[in-house]
Design a protein around this ligand. Structure first.
Ligand code: BGC
Length: 386
């Protein structure tokens, strides 16, 4: 198996050499760059730069590790960098990858619009760019996109909220319950393309219930601009929830649920709710709070009846797709897309490979997360990754 993959790399190297020769013949790319790459390819010594946004969220660490080990297993050397959610740090890291001779780039952008000059440099050096999970916007120079079906993530979050309130079942079928239920809405970081997809999927799902009055947003904050959370910061969400509790719920108005698009935000929101005496568990009256990413601390909260749900995105599968796409490019081929319509980055529709997601509730943690080997039961009980 291992040997087969390594042999694949040699073949990939040969194919790349041919591609580069062809490019050079047509006048594209710099001659010296092509020679360097050709030699590297012949040695089977191709390198891939992997730029991840931050180490403060577990999922990006897991993504980074999985992409790195997948690429290394396929025979590439890997430069993996995390940027501490700081845009200049990420642009510098990508600049360094390009000048350091990366043969391909895999990028999960902090700000999807901030990488234009890096992408131009990559294109000039014939380096394929794979946008990882977050679409890079406003640039011609993005070759491929690997992600999950982000609109469906929003639909799943809203469906979890509705089913937690009893307005629908877990499949989203209305139960006939009329409410009204009071909810507040949170969105992610507006510079992350995904935040808009999550929001649109959620709002399209919630709208019929808001229209018929069974769902009410007492604060009136139903625009994404009002609900947004810059850089997906937990503290920012906690603060906004505290402010909402003061401005809108001080008079005894009941809050029944909160749409939260990411586990980190969910934990901030839950802290704010518990801080004014709600809960501590849903059984004790804590509002229904959704999430995303199946972070270990949140999975424990779900097990403990504190957080209601999360969306499980299997980062191992996403990493695999990024590796497969990289292998295709470095073999001189186009990766296989399963969506060529949805992800318009403002300049072009980026061919994409999208994966499906699952909703985790207390009763399917074992099936989705433990049986699949994503977390062990011990990790969930401890609320901490080993
Ligand atoms: C990802 C989510 C993640 C969020 C915050 C988004 O781009 O798709 O999985 O929760 O960033 O890190």
């Amino acid at each position: 198996m291992r040997l087969g993959k390594k042999m694949g790399v040699v073949a990939a190297g040969a194919a790349l050499a041919l591609t580069l020769t062809a490019c050079a013949g047509e006048g594209a790319g710099s001659d010296s760059g092509s020679e360097d790459n050709t030699e590297a390819a012949a040695d089977g010594d191709l390198s891939v730069g992997v730029a991840m946004p931050t180490e403060t969220s577990e999922r990006w660490i897991a993504d980074g590790d999985a992409v790195k080990s997948g690429l290394e297993e396929a025979g590439y050397s890997v430069d993996l960098q995390f940027a501490g959610d700081d845009i200049p740090t990420q642009t510098q890291q990508i600049d360094a990858m390009i000048t350091g001779g990366a043969d391909a780039l895999i990028i999960a952008a902090i700000d999807g619009t901030a990488l234009t000059s890096q992408l131009e440099a990559a294109a000039a050096a014939d380096i394929p760019v794979i946008s990882y999970d977050r679409l890079i916007r406003d640039s011609e120079n993005v070759d491929f996109y690997v992600s999950f079906d982000n609109y469906k993530v929003g639909v799943a979050q809203a469906t979890a909220l509705l089913s937690g309130l009893g307005l629908t079942d877990e499949a989203g079928e209305p139960t006939g319950e009329e409410g009204p239920f009071n909810v507040e809405l949170f969105a992610g970081s507006l510079d992350d393309n995904n935040a808009h997809f999550f929001w649109d999927g959620a709002m399209d799902t919630l709208k019929p219930f808001m229209d018929d009055g069974s769902l009410v947003v007492p604060s009136g904050q139903t625009d994404i601009d009002q609900a947004a959370t810059l850089r997906w910061q937990q503290e920012t969400a906690q603060k906004r929830m505290e402010d909402l509790l003061t401005s809108t719920y001080n008079d005894g108005t009941e809050l029944h649920g909160v749409l939260s698009p990411y586990d980190g935000l969910s934990r901030g929101i839950i802290t704010a709710l518990q801080g004014v005496g709600m809960g501590p568990t849903m059984e004790d009256g804590l509002p229904v709070v959704t999430g995303q990413d199946a972070e270990i601390a949140s999975v424990k909260l779900i097990q403990d009846d504190v957080q209601q749900s999360t969306i499980f995105k299997d980062t191992r599968k996403l990493a695999d797709q990024a590796v497969v796409a990289t292998e295709s490019y470095l073999a001189g081929e186009e990766p296989e897309a399963n969506d060529t319509e949805t992800y318009d980055n403002g300049v072009k529709v980026v061919p994409s490979y999208l994966l499906e997601v699952d909703t985790v509730y207390a009763d399917n943690i074992t099936e989705l997360l433990v049986d699949s080997g994503y977390w062990t039961q011990e990790e969930i009980d401890a609320g901490q990754a080993e």
